[in-house]
Ligand binder design. Structure first.
Ligand code: ATR
Length: 293
């Protein structure tokens, strides 16, 4: 069966053996994950379902414990549950420990909860897919922000061999905490020096909310950034942020944030449904279409 045939083929309904997964969040209505996993389930003709699960913070622990008992293969976890998911797990892999949060839970046959974090994987895979020959070893990276997304990005870059990661955040204490937790060649730079920090960089990543629709603009002069540098914005609403627009205009290669979301979903889907899914232009178009609705 071709990847597109599911969307045009015969009516497909669940059997009694259907595999179950979903996403826990509060709220969860904004999540793109049901559309994303739903596309793959359809495309690969899988007998399974991926559902949104709106769970209040105070109910998280009870609910997550109940899921393996009611037949779920695993779940994604989003805001505000990522730290609670790590705490609730029976086992945490190195990525979950390094990032300090879990976004993917896999339940084994005995109902034990295995926690992982696939954001770092998604970040690296997105850059590798978007820029042929991209490698973290090419030179220093500048990361703006020190929230959960920044932790995953910094952990990914260090693991992938970046020679230096310059961490720039409005609140320096948060950047210092990230650098101390992840270790490696991380360097904390003050927010005031953010433009100077771009000198000699091979990669610039924005993990702050600045530039997102409804948030303040990112005020960053790009003059010091080499034209050979790659610029990646984690923000994907809008898809082409003002940072990416300005960077592209001056000749930098740019990568938008939607790809990281698509790639981070791959390991969970493979674990729950037994198929390694692909990120294709059709999947991207499908998710974009649902975003614009
Ligand atoms: P996430 O976990 O999704 O990465 P977060 O923890 O809310 O989100 O982090 C948001 C990031 O945007 C932080 O680095 C935050 O900086 P602070 O640590 O100083 O709060 C950054 N951010 C938000 N508003 C900002 C602003 N007006 N100027 C500079 N940075 C801002």
């Amino acid at each position: 069966m071709g990847e597109r045939s599911g969307s045009t083929g015969a009516l497909r309904t669940l059997s009694g053996k259907a595999r179950l997964a979903g996403v826990l969040g509060w709220p969860v209505a904004h999540s793109l994950s049901p559309r994303l996993h739903g596309y793959w389930l359809q495309a690969y003709g899988i007998d399974g379902a991926y559902v949104p699960l709106p769970i209040r913070p105070e109910d998280f622990k009870d609910c997550v414990r109940a899921l393996p008992r009611i037949g779920f293969a695993g779940v994604n976890v989003t805001v505000p549950h990522k730290e609670a998911a790590l705490a609730a797990a029976d086992h945490r892999d190195a990525w979950a420990e390094r990032v300090g949060a879990a976004n993917t839970l896999i339940f084994d046959v005995g109902g034990r909860i295995e926690a992982t974090n696939t954001d770092a994987f998604g970040f690296l895979e997105n850059l590798r897919a978007a820029i042929s020959g991209w490698t973290a070893t090419a030179g220093p990276a500048v990361v703006l922000g020190a929230g959960g997304a920044a932790r995953a990005v910094v952990a990914a870059l260090i693991e992938a061999g970046a020679p230096e990661v310059r961490l720039v955040n409005r609140t320096p204490a948060r950047a210092k905490a990230v650098a101390a937790h992840i270790g490696g060649p991380t360097l904390v730079v003050s927010w005031e020096e953010r433009s100077e920090a771009l000198a000699g960089a091979a990669l610039l990543v924005n993990t702050t909310v600045l530039g997102m629709t409804g948030k303040p603009a990112l005020d960053l002069a790009l003059e010091s950034l080499p034209s050979t540098a790659v610029v990646n914005d984690i923000v994907y609403v809008p898809l082409e942020t003002p940072l990416l627009k300005t960077a592209a205009k001056r000749g930098n290669r740019v990568v938008d944030g939607l790809g990281m979301l698509l790639h981070q979903a791959r390991p969970g889907f493979a674990a729950w449904f037994g198929v390694e899914p692909r990120v294709t232009p059709e999947l991207r178009a499908h998710v974009l279409e649902t975003m614009n609705r």
